[in-house]
Design a protein. Sequence first.
Length: 456
Amino acid sequence: MGSHKKEANMKSKKHFVLLASTFLACSAIVPVVAKESTKLVDAMAATILRQEEQKSIKLTFPIKGEEVKILKPAVVKYIAAMKEQAKSITKNDYTLHDFYITGGSDKGKTYENDTDKVDIRDYWDGGTMSSKSKKVSLIFDTKGFGDNQVYNVVYGLKDDLSDGVEVRAENGFATISNLLERKTYYWKVVAGEYESAIESFNTPDGFRMITADGIQNIRDMGGRPVAGGKHIKQGLIFRGGEMVESDYQASGSTHHANLNEYNKKVMREELGIKYEFDLRGDEEANNIVNSPLYDEDYQDIEYERIPNIPAYDYFFDKITHNNYEYVARIKDMFLAFKNANEKHVYFHCWGGADRTGTVGFLLGGLLGMSYTDLIIDYELTTFANNYRPHTANDSKNVYRFPAMINRIMTNCKDAQGNQIYSPDKTISEMIETVLVDYVGLSKQDILDIKANLLED
């Protein structure tokens, strides 16, 4: 991982040998000039070589495995508070337990027990959009290069940067975003034929938010630890808000255009989305039949709408009362999750909060996320300026997380009429029962979903 200065110098020497040979060839014809020409060539070569030897690029940050932050400060503080509070949980956090508040008012702060005291409103200021990846600056110093020198930063996950992504640098730094969590990255700077040494940095454990300017509330479902010590694979399944090509009106509301060439590139190339599940109603989605990402150059993307999917406890009401209106499409979605290694999936509603949050709870819970992480994932939507507390039902029935939990715990039965909840049963086991008994997934489908989406 050393400098390529010697290689650059060798190329410079070859250039001057060629130049010198040309002058010496002329000297055979004009001997008097030859001697002076040789001296001039030698002087020029020595000068340029000294300049080449004086060139340097020094990477200054991040280096030597330093850790960088990939989430906005408010989000980092909120997650840390939730994790610290979770240390007090004495019961299995992969079950639905009574540590967390399961009801209350959405007016002001209400603490109904002595344990669950983290209020997301203490970390969200009510207006700042923090639901995006934090930009990371890769900083370097240079010496001996001209004012017009172009610099490019190359970064990747392989130590030889054979997988490197190139980004143009300006004023001694380049910014990158949407980094994976819990990874070691490598980087270098390239200036023409000259390359710096390679350095490394690390990203922390945490949730992965995505920046795709205009498209709101995008998160990677991967990265989370699950029961048994594995993690959900990153970069395969994403949740978020709608994608709109042009403004339109639906049910008295305006859906604003939010797509541009930049965020299309993020969704297509960075995230690799090949399957879009749209949880909006037909009118709400402007009756589109193809993904907004689809065009002549990007045809390999499937689009499916599940127009009548309810959220929270209403989802379980419909699914367990033999309402088959949308069951087949929900099954399609979970089968697509199973094959997300081949086709990355994006599921969304309008704002990526309620219907999307319910599906996120089902998928994360099935894969074995802890109750704490499921709550964090749900509440992170708040940082998209869409307040979603786990502690209360909205008086207008917009958000109903406690109602969903209470529904599962008190009145959700399997196909044989037995209550699916018991204190010792994991969240994963309960959701598996719902998906097998009512959605129509097989036991093998469940095993395949977990095998394909989990890693050591």
